[in-house]
Design a protein around this ligand. Structure first.
Ligand code: NAD
Ligand code: GKE
Length: 363
């Protein structure tokens, strides 16, 4: 393994930072690390964190809607740094069935957080982009050689979620050119770990595969033929990468992903291995498959940060599996009788659009 460049998170000494979407999976882990290092963390999110009390990961919690500019402006006031992790997002069962709603929501959030950071004269702005920005034509082979950052252009992301991410990247880069705001952008490759969404339809493959392995008794369902490939990135690596990037001088979008690519059939075998359930027959069923093959190329992140994610699937998924097992046991004790061995496809068009209401902007 190549040696990694040393990195110590600069002490916060009370400096104010804002984490948009900080009650979510990745945002809450980042907010917690910043708070532990002496930053005064404001989290803004329209829902509360399911697994932690606000005081564990922030100093101020604003429960509000980032589709409103005035909310973003209030949250970013006097901040040295802004981390935008807020988005209407989920795995394949969510993003391909909610394209209109998430386009509306995410465009508004991305725009507002960036403009709020500028108005507040923040120093650094981190934006959470995605491997979903990449051109679909580069992801048609399960033997994906690793997506290089330049593969995003010419643009042909598979869906609106990816296209919005690509536009938001460009908008942030333009702000960085026009104003004294350091723009840092990471393209996350399927992040997983404890405290991530594991049920309800927004969960991605790692959590879904663990949940199904824990609860399946007769057969194990996989969407598609299971030959599709992905790389998965453990949450601790993600947090480390975001902080290294934000405190670096890297001003171009970079991959933040593992290069350990695996087929979904093999990934299921890993999930089933923790409690010797490998005998369960796999049942391939229809479902949203996404791209055929995806992997991260880490040449640029190694060049810019001297670091890349290192957690092996077998280790990261084990921690995720036993955390989800605990959650399932708790839910069953509380009387939940849901069938966790199946994954859902959710559509939330009406509710989500209506949540915006008709309030007048005050900014
Ligand atoms: P998450 O859903 O757990 O977190 C997103 C948070 O944004 C949620 O807490 C949600 O309530 C909040 N949010 C959504 N709409 C909002 C609104 N209108 N106002 C205020 N808050 C709002 O997802 P995550 O996995 O933590 O993802 C964080 C970021 O990373 C997102 O931008 C996502 O698109 C990006 N990303 C994640 C992955 C991944 O594998 N998890 C991969 C690529 C990119
Ligand atoms: N979610 C889920 N649930 N996926 C399943 C399931 C299941 O029960 N069974 C099989 N799969 C397959 C999907 O069909 C897909 O081929 C693969 O697992 C990975 O699905 P995923 O984790 O939901 O999402 P993707 O990697 O395709 O895409 C995600 O990429 C991220 C960036 O790398 C996106 O949904 C975003 O969450 C994100 O931007």
């Amino acid at each position: 393994m190549t040696e990694h460049r040393p990195f110590t998170l600069p002490p916060g000494n009370g400096a104010k930072v804002c984490v948009g979407g900080g009650a979510g999976f990745i945002g809450s882990h980042i907010a917690k690390r910043l708070k532990e290092n002496g930053y005064k963390v404001t989290v803004v999110d329209w829902k509360e964190n399911e697994f932690m009390k606000p005081e564990e990961f922030c100093d101020e919690f604003i429960l509000d809607d980032l589709r409103k500019l005035e909310v973003a402006v209030r949250a970013c006031k006097d901040c040295l740094q802004v981390y935008n992790l807020a988005a209407d997002m989920g795995g394949m069962g969510f993003i391909c069935s909610n394209e209109s709603v998430l386009s509306f929501n995410n465009t508004s959030i991305s725009m507002n957080m960036l403009e709020a950071a500028r108005r507040s004269k923040c120093r650094d702005f981190f934006y959470a982009s995605s491997a979903c920005v990449y051109n679909e034509a580069k992801q048609e082979d399960p033997e994906n050689p690793g997506l290089v950052e330049s593969d995003a252009w010419p643009a042909r992301p598979q869906d609106m979620y990816g296209l919005e991410k690509l536009y938001a990247e460009e908008m942030a880069l333009a702000y960085g050119r026009d104003f004294p705001l350091n723009i840092r952008i990471a393209r996350f490759h399927n992040i997983y770990g404890p405290r991530g969404t594991w049920k309800g339809g927004r969960e991605k493959a790692p959590a879904a595969f663990c949940r199904k392995a824990i609860t399946s008794t007769v057969e194990y369902e996989i969407w598609g033929d299971g030959l599709q490939t992905r790389s998965f990135t453990y949450i601790d690596d993600c947090v480390e990468g975001v902080l290294r990037l934000t405190f670096s001088d890297c001003d171009v979008p970079i991959n933040l992903g593992s290069t350990e690519m695996i087929s979904m059939n093999d990934f299921a075998a890993v999930a089933l291995s923790y409690e010797d359930k490998g005998h369960l027959p796999i049942k391939h069923i229809d479902g949203p498959m996404g791209v055929r093959g995806r992997n991260s190329n880490n040449v640029l992140i190694m060049e810019k940060l001297g670091w890349e994610p290192t957690t092996k699937i077998v280790d990261g998924l084990r921690k995720t599996y036993f955390w989800i097992k605990g959650e399932i046991e708790r839910e069953i004790k509380e009387g939940n009788t849901a069938d966790f061995s199946k994954s859902e496809i959710v559509q939330q068009v009406e509710d989500s659009l209506l949540q915006l209401g008709n309030e007048e902007s005050t900014v």
